[in-house]
Design a protein around this ligand. Structure first.
Ligand code: IPE
Ligand code: IPE
Ligand code: MG
Length: 248
């Protein structure tokens, strides 16, 4: 069965979120510096974006830099920021051509000014696109996101724009960076670790989680396809019984 045939009958996740981990260890296995791994990782990003567009995934969120990653050595942080800027500069025309909308989540105020400027331009230029949303998590942390959301809600309650009884799940959703996106259906982590590392703590409540030992620079089309197949074989019950799910 071809990929497309099987896709016609099986569910495609609307939103796939990926923790792109393992660049450093992969570089070490090649006897190269860590930045070599991050550079190779950019090629995997391109391939993942291409696949997501082809397969009809609506949103691809990529965890590119966490709030905790600021603790890394300055030269690595600088190298990552440089790669991000180059990626955005290089990819803008392709995003426009392929109808990709770029969005981001995270505390982008912390990014270097030049990187932020390029990011904001790309977000603005692609804002009218509607095929795939490429959502980059940059200087992102789930806990910081929740605190920011709660602070905003409290401010609104204080000023009378919201009442305490208005605070429900939809209200919380609306005060997160991801307010413009559906929750992730499939969350992939490459690089062999089985943890969330502060990623989408609220939004991933019912995501199917897929951990793979494949290091991010080696996570290409076939590895992505394996994750998708696994997702398609899972039964999402959302608290119900299997019999309830089967009877529709
Ligand atoms: C993921 O790879 C990239 C970022 C976190 C920015 P790592 O750099 O964490 O690679 P490992 O985990 O050290 O192998
Ligand atoms: C998670 O990877 C963050 C990103 C992929 C951007 P880390 O390598 O930073 O996670 P830990 O430190 O192993 O939990
Ligand atoms: Mg890591």
């Amino acid at each position: 069965m071809s990929v497309q045939q099987s896709f016609d009958s099986l569910p495609i996740p609307r939103h796939v979120a990926i923790i792109m981990d393992g660049n450093g260890r992969w570089a070490r296995s090649q006897h190269k510096p860590r930045l070599f791994g991050h550079k190779a990782g950019v090629d995997s990003v391109q391939e993942a974006v291409e696949c997501a567009g082809e397969w009809g995934i609506e949103v691809l969120t990529l965890y590119a830099f966490s709030t905790e990653n600021w603790k890394r050595p300055a030269d690595e942080v600088g190298g990552l920021m440089g790669l991000l800027k180059n990626y955005l500069l290089k990819e803008l025309s392709r995003m426009l051509k392929n109808n990709i909308r770029l969005t981001c989540i995270g505390d982008i105020e912390k990014l270097p000014t030049d990187v932020r400027a390029v990011l904001e331009t790309s977000i603005k230029e692609t804002s009218g696109n509607d095929k795939l949303t490429l959502n980059l998590a940059l200087s992102y942390g789930g806990r910081a996101e929740l605190i920011r959301g709660i602070r905003n809600i409290v401010e609104k309650v204080r000023s009378g724009k919201l009442s305490v009884s208005d605070i429900d799940e939809d209200c919380m959703d609306a005060h997160l960076y991801t307010a413009h996106l559906p929750d992730p259906d499939l969350l992939i982590r490459t690089g062999g670790e089985s943890r969330l590392s502060n990623f989408l703590l609220w939004q991933a409540s019912y995501a199917e989680i897929y951990f793979t030992d494949v290091m991010w620079p080696e996570f290409r089309r076939n590895a992505f396809l394996d994750a998708l197949r696994e997702y398609q074989n899972r039964e999402r019950r959302f608290g119900k019984t299997s019999a309830q799910i089967k009877s529709g």
